[in-house]
Structure formats: structure tokens, C-alpha cells
Design a protein around this ligand. Sequence first.
Ligand code: FEC
Length: 315
Amino acid sequence: MANRRVGVLVMSYGTPESLDQIEAYYTHIRRGNPPTAEQLHELKSRYEAIVGGFFPLRENTNKQVKSLENTLNHEHPDLDFVCYQGLKHAQPFVEDGVEQMVKDGITEAVGVVLAPHYSTMSVGGYVKRAKEKAEELGLKIDFVHSYHLHPKLLEALSSRVEKALEKFIDVGPEDVRVIFTAHSLPEKILEMKDPYPDQLLATSEAIAERVQLTNWQFGWQSAGQTATPWLGPDILDVLRTVRKEDDVKNVLLCPIGFVSDHLEVLYDIDIEAQALAQELGLHLERTESLNTDPLYMQTLSDVVFEKVTSVSELS
Ligand code: FEC
């Protein structure tokens, strides 16, 4: 008898495929409002500046999805997992992934986002779109909402912090300010009692405890340029403040809100924050991104499998 087949909708932010697709991508992010020529030019030049090619997120997501499928099937040989991509702002969109599952005859599915922390504006948005499409097509699907304290995720992130601290050869870890970062969101999420800030702080605290950090803090990055206020302090302000007020000379940035090498890491940290650090006379390093780290893949595999178990327990 054939193994029970489970579809896994792996959702990620998405990135353009070429420079001439940036406008459509940016318009999608702006909910159908095209960017001004100046905004478009600014975003294009950020993509052009990142090292290692224009759009690394696409290849990284492809690899993560393939690797998760292999991990799931390796760890649970009695089930047949098939992973599908569903992207927020590029093709294949979240809805395309759901549709493809149904076309392929999948009747049972789990959705997971390549972002560990839940916010109504981020993971909540992915889940809402997938759920609506699944309901329309009659697909049974359950979702992983967050996995920010999964022990294997914490292990992967902690070992990255330890490894990156070794780059500060002249000073001990207590002389390096570790700054955990994540994508900022509009401040209005606080009124909505959104769990995002607390989950990020919980991940930061758990890593700090594992690595026995005494010198650390949290900062927001990559805030949008809109009229409404975004969560702060922004890491660029944090760098200025720690240099000026605490006489910090060594900083390690650990972007816990991201799981891949992409624009927000390779530009916002490696180029923008690094340029400011040099101007301020700071030695700045960053932890390596998770990408297809086996511990991250096992984290995803565990949380997906838990959902499969709970679906079968219910039925
Ligand atoms: O490498 C790439 O091509 C894409 C990198 C990328 C990732 C990413 C992740 C998150 N975002 C989140 C929230 C917002 C909100 C807005 C917003 C806007 C942008 C723009 C670009 C962009 N984001 Fe992003 N984000 C990435 C890239 N993001 C480009 C548009 C220009 C700019 O503002 O810089 C504001 C628009 C809106 O209201 O929707 C909010 C969050 C994450 C982390 C969770 C996730 O991955 O879903 C939260 C990667």
C-alpha cells in the first residue's frame, strides 16, 4: 500500500527574478500602489549592490524547500511528504502553491513559513491567504504559527553566535555587544497585542542564556519609509548610541528574524550598517544566516510533523 501523502506549503517572502521585475514586485509589496521613480531607483540600486548576485533569496528558498522535503521523508519514511512553495510577493504565490497541491491530488496539508516569529502582519498574512485558497478548493490544511523557541533552532543560532564571537580575536566575549535584530513593523502592532516583539525577545534571551552572554540587546532593522511610525530603536541608531554612550568598540549583529541570505541581511547589515560602523570606528561582524543548516531543517521538519500528528489524532 502506498504511503499516506502529505502536502507541505512552505511559504517565504519571495524576490524578483530579474531587475525588470522589481517594479511589479515592489508594487505587490505596496498592495498595488506602484512606487515612485525615486523609490524604484533606490530599491534597484540596493539589489545591484549586494554581493553574490542580485536575488539570492530565490535560490536559497529553493534549496530550503528541497532540503526540508528530504529531511521530512528521511525522518518519517512511513509518510510521503511533498513540499510546495508559496511566496508572498512573487511567483509562485501562496495561492499558486495551494492550487498546485490540489491539482496533484493532495488532500491533507500543513503550512509553514520560513520565518520563526509570529506577527499578524507577517506570518498571519501568509496563513490567511493560504487558508482562504484552501477553503475555496476544499483542501484540509493546518498551520505552524511560530517556532521561535524550538531547541534545535536555538542550538543553530547559539552556535552561530559562538562562532562569530571568535572573530573578535583581541577581546573577550564580554567586550562584544551582541545585538539581536529583526525586521521592524509599524508600531500599531503593539495596540493589537501582537506577539512579535515578545517572541523576538524570548529568542534573544534564550540564546543569551545558552551562550552565557552578559553584553547584549535587541534592535529593529529594515523599517519601511512610510508616514506611520515603526518599531524602534533602529539598529543604525543603536550603533550610534552604543558607540557614543557606552563606548562600545565591538558589535556582533545576529539577525534572528531572518533565516536566509537576502537583501535585508546582505544590504541592510553587510553594506549599510557596516558602512556606519566603519564611520563610527566600530568593529562589526554578523552571524551567518541559517539557510539550509540541518538543525534549521530539523526544526521545520519537527514542527510540520507535529501538525501532521495532530491532524490525524483529530480525524
Ligand atoms: O531579498 C529579497 O528580495 C527580499 C528581502 C525581504 C525579506 C523581507 C522580510 C520581511 N518583511 C517584513 C515586513 C515588511 C513590511 C514592509 C516591507 C517592505 C519591504 C520592501 C522590500 C522588502 N520588504 Fe519586507 N522583506 C524583504 C524586502 N517588509 C524590498 C519594500 C521596500 C522597503 O520598504 O524596503 C512594508 C510594506 C507593507 O506594509 O507590507 C511591513 C517582515 C519580514 C520578515 C518575515 C518574513 O520573511 O515574512 C516582517 C526577507
